[in-house]
Design a protein around this ligand. Structure first.
Ligand code: SAM
Length: 229
């Protein structure tokens, strides 16, 4: 397996998998992420899981092609619940909607452990996922942004500590914004999301100023002030 096979989006997620982790990749499809980490000697083994058999077969073919089949268990399953008691330390759930990722976490009680790390890459409904994590007692250890094929992505790294939190609508929509620490990729992500919120507010016509989107944008203006994104 060559480094170039992994795009920047999955490379960003891979950075947060801990050294010597036993990784479960939920919704693995092609299994590129675990294969890359096995190739780099970063993980001791992996469980590749998918709800559909065609992607799981593709994962099996790639594992054989790159010589890592013996270090991978393949599981056909909905979500992560079936993987309890397998000794998994890190879970990646990438390339799905935020609602589905939240649902997968909620249905897998073994993820509510301070020893387990979650590395999540929602494609949509980021706000739903962040609100879910906060309300369910997961703390966000890090967020990182990447640009792949012209699109911006966020990776959310979370761990259970049992403390339920409330987060602002702004944080739910755009994540933590720390002045002077905004990477070009985070700026690109924010810009795209702000444009989408503006379109949604405008689409609501005369009532747009009272909309949820407009209130998030006002909060955003207050917080970021002069930040150019
Ligand atoms: C778009 S692919 C993402 C593949 C890879 N994780 C990535 O980020 O490039 C989504 C995969 O998730 C799988 N999937 C969807 N719902 C799932 C669920 N509830 N449990 C497990 N896998 C699921 C699909 O079959 C598909 O292979």
């Amino acid at each position: 397996m060559k480094l170039g096979v992994l795009g920047k989006r999955l490379l960003c997620a891979s950075n947060f998998v801990r050294q010597d982790a036993y990784l479960a990749d939920i919704g693995t499809d092609h299994a590129y992420l675990p294969l890359f980490l096995l190739d780099a000697g970063r993980i001791v083994g992996a469980v590749c899981s998918d709800i559909n058999s065609a992607p799981l077969e593709s994962a099996k073919r790639n594992a054989a092609l790159y010589g890592h089949a013996e270090k991978i268990k393949f599981v056909l399953a909905d979500g992560a619940g079936a993987l309890a008691d397998m000794g998994i330390t890190d879970y990646t759930v990438c390339g799905m909607g935020g609602e589905l990722i939240a649902d997968i976490i909620e249905r897998a009680p073994q993820l509510k452990s301070g020893d387990v790390r979650l590395i999540l890459q929602p494609m949509t409904k980021h706000a739903h996922l962040r609100r879910y994590l906060a309300a369910a007692g997961f703390s966000v250890l890090a967020e990182a942004y990447s640009k792949d094929a012209g699109k911006f992505y966020v990776t959310v790294v979370a761990e259970y500590d049992g403390r339920q939190r409330e987060i602002s609508n702004l944080e739910a929509e755009l994540g933590k914004i720390e002045k002077n620490k905004i990477s070009a990729e985070q700026a690109g992500f924010i810009k795209a999301r702000v444009a989408s919120l503006k379109r949604a507010a405008l689409g609501k016509g005369a009532g747009g100023d009272d909309s949820y989107e407009a209130s998030v944008l006002r909060e955003y203006e207050k917080v970021v002030g002069e930040i150019e994104v």
